[in-house]
Design a protein around this ligand. Structure first.
Ligand code: ACM
Length: 678
């Protein structure tokens, strides 16, 4: 596939400091470099523990993979080794939210020292060192550098919903590897939903037996993942959503619900009526035993009880619940849920845990140690902080919205309403979590929905607040994205396998050209389109179409758009950029003819035919616009209005996809009609 590298040359020339992600809080690049050669070795001085030894082995495997040099996995002597690691002391037996994660890394031409108060900083510093290893004409080298680094926020999470679609354990593990590479430290495991209950309970076996379609993690799986995550400095916080989002529990245990049932696993998306009955003592007895069991399985101090989106319809319709509310002076469903939360908090606390819940659980009289996770906005963080509660932000970090990395990157936990908090109140904002809701996600495509965009969120939560340069972020995320692939994630290479299935042929080059410039519709556009078409999307609807495969953000469209801006800013004197733009436009113009035979014989691709035709038309329009400009002519008004009408059409979603190059081509058309340089 022809690759036109808009904008790369200038970016590389202006490079001053190494392409680290997330950027450290302080970095000083010095003269010289440390060559990485066959004699590279690592020693551990200071505190040692098996986890550090395993981290060093992984690190050496990474360096071996990056350099092709088979490095010795024997630990070296501290006075001779190339890299000497020193942790002052152990971290806690169960990683806590507020442990020191700082480290310093000093690299000179003769060796490197990595120091940290405890192993958590060492784990982060090893990731930094790996990112610093760069190819050079004479081998591989790390620039002489001094880095003093620590996170801005203590809570840097990724939530994965494994309930709407099950996500296999090996896929979770490779995403944990991605998190570690980006210095993230909380994996939030959304384990129960209307559409699935995903963990084995030994106390209540019908939860997984009847609530999961056979797709759940055993307790041994969970312990394995917790160990795997701990090895990488990552906490595992389980979520069991209650009292709503809980239909899958009721298939096996209808007596927990507020209406008799029977219940089936939900097969569609949205908010459903079933909710636990907060008025029955038997509900709390059940939850006490269940939470006790899960508190034992999950060592993390925090326990997430969900608490979001209870519509209250089952409560309204149940006379006994109405009677209870009247007797307890609970004036509305919000008050009833607050009563439920108060009871649950006592249970969670009795089992030694701190309760977390989504915005809706916020109530002034809950104990101040609970944590609010906001999916609604910074205002919830501010409201929580003013009442003395700690909080984490997920609003603005919803990966299923298919936003560009830049939009997540601009979303600071301490912006908006949270910006006016006092320093003490701001301290209560612990950080944030990217959220991967899984309506349209399976083990096959989940990596591409999480990465590389989550790297931008990871940087927002780790790096200083003033690290906001978009060009720098996009340059570094590109590097990091390929590194994540080498670590085992499939967010880029997975696309080809999916294209090949859709095309039914090995030649997916023309399909790839289209795939590279479309993005899935944003927000809830997919639901809206289904609604408009009178369709119901179901949990067993195959996720094998172009919309399920392409990246949420088109890197090529972004670069093309930047190139067009550069050329317009140069008043069309930038010939080399124009040549690149023309080559790209020609490729698009000619692509439909190449793609047609593939589209004609693929059931899965028929829907995208209009997009392919529109991409060709956009390519042709862009070339015509450049011809007018280059000849010093002004494009005729009727040509312009015709093109603009087609471009408007091309901007509309089709097959749940957006053609991302339409706005840049509109700029070319408009420039050609305003052209008066002749
Ligand atoms: C949520 O989006 N209801 C947490």
């Amino acid at each position: 596939m022809l690759c036109i590298a808009f904008g790369y040359a200038t970016a590389q020339e202006s490079r001053e400091s190494p392409d680290l992600m997330p950027l450290p809080s302080s970095i000083q690049v010095q003269a010289g470099r440390l060559l990485i050669n066959q004699s590279f070795s690592v020693a551990i001085s200071g505190h040692n523990e098996p986890r550090l030894g395993r981290a060093v082995q992984r690190f050496l495997r990474d360096i071996t993979r990056e350099t092709g040099m088979l490095l010795s996995t024997q630990l070296g002597e501290p006075d001779k080794a190339t890299l000497v690691i020193h942790a002052d002391q152990a971290s806690k037996a169960v990683q806590d939210a507020d442990e020191d994660e700082s480290y310093t890394l000093e690299v000179t031409s003769t060796g490197a020292k990595l120091n940290a108060p405890n192993p958590l900083g060492i784990l982060h510093g090893l990731e930094t060192f790996s990112q610093l290893v760069a190819i050079a004409p004479d081998g591989f080298a790390v620039p002489a550098t001094r880095i003093d680094d620590k996170p801005r926020f203590i809570w840097r999470g990724l939530m994965i919903d494994v309930s709407r679609h099950f996500v296999p354990l090996n896929v979770i593990k490779r995403n944990i590897d991605g998190m570690a590479a980006l210095k993230m430290n909380v994996f939030h495991w959304h384990l129960s939903e209307n559409q699935g209950f995903r963990i084995e309970s030994k106390a209540y076996t019908k939860l997984q037996e009847l609530g999961s379609d056979g797709m759940f993690y055993t307790q041994a799986d969970a312990r394995e993942l917790i160990e795997y995550a701990r090895d990488r400095g990552i906490r595992v916080v389980p979520e069991f959503d209650m009292p709503g989002h809980s239909t899958a529990w009721f298939v096996g245990y209808p007596e927990l619900a507020s209406a008799p049932g029977p219940y089936q696993i939900e097969r569609t998306w949205g908010i459903f009526d079933p909710a636990m009955d907060p008025t029955k003592e038997s509900t709390y007895k059940f939850l006490d035993k269940f939470i006790g069991e899960m508190s034992h399985l999950f060592p993390d101090p925090y326990f997430h009880i969900g608490g979001d989106e209870v519509n209250g319809k089952q409560w309204d319709a149940n006379p006994k619940i109405q009677e209870f509310m009247h007797a307890h002076r609970l004036s509305d469903n919000h008050a009833l849920q607050a009563y439920f939360n108060t009871r649950i908090q006592k249970i969670v606390s009795k089992h030694g845990k701190i309760m977390i819940g989504w915005d809706e659980v916020l109530a002034p009289d809950l104990p101040k140690d609970i944590v609010i996770q906001s999916w609604r906005g910074q205002k919830s963080l501010a409201d929580a902080a003013r009442l003395g509660f700690r909080s984490i932000l997920s609003f603005g970090y919803y990966l299923d919205y298919m936003w560009p990395a830049s939009q997540h990157y601009a979303n600071d936990p301490l912006s908006g309403d949270a910006a006016s908090l006092t320093p003490e109140q701001q301290h209560l904002v612990l950080g944030g979590e990217a959220c991967m809701w899984s309506e349209y996600v399976t083990g096959e495509n989940i990596d591409s929905r999480i990465w590389p965009r989550t790297a931008a969120i990871a940087e927002r939560l780790w790096s200083p607040q003033n690290v906001t340069d978009l060009d720098s972020m996009y340059r570094r995320i590109e590097d990091e994205s390929w590194r994540l692939e080498r670590l085992g994630l499939t967010h880029r290479t997975g696309l080809n396998a999916m294209l090949r299935r859709m095309a039914g042929t090995a030649d997916v080059s023309a399909l790839g050209v289209l795939a590279d410039v479309v993005e899935p519709v944003k927000g809830y556009g997919r639901e809206q389109a289904a609604l408009d078409a009178g369709l119901t999307l179901k949990s067993d609807t195959p996720l094998n179409r172009l919309v399920d495969s392409v990246a949420p953000e088109s890197e090529l469209a972004r670069r093309f758009s930047n190139a067009v801006d550069t050329m317009i800013a140069s008043h069309f004197h930038d010939r080399s950029t124009e040549d690149q733009i023309r080559a790209q436009l020609s490729m698009w113009r000619d692509n439909d003819a190449r793609l047609q035979p593939v589209l004609q014989r693929s059931y899965l691709l028929q829907q995208v035919e209009p997009l392919s035709q529109e991409l060709s038309a956009l390519g042709a329009a862009g070339l015509q616009a450049l011809d007018f400009i280059d000849k010093g002519q002004t494009a005729p008004a009727d040509w312009k209005s015709q093109q603009l009408a087609s471009i408007e059409q091309a901007k509309k979603p089709q097959a749940d996809l957006l053609l991302m190059v339409a706005p840049a081509i509109q700029k070319l058309v408009e420039a050609s009609a305003n052209n008066n340089q002749g």
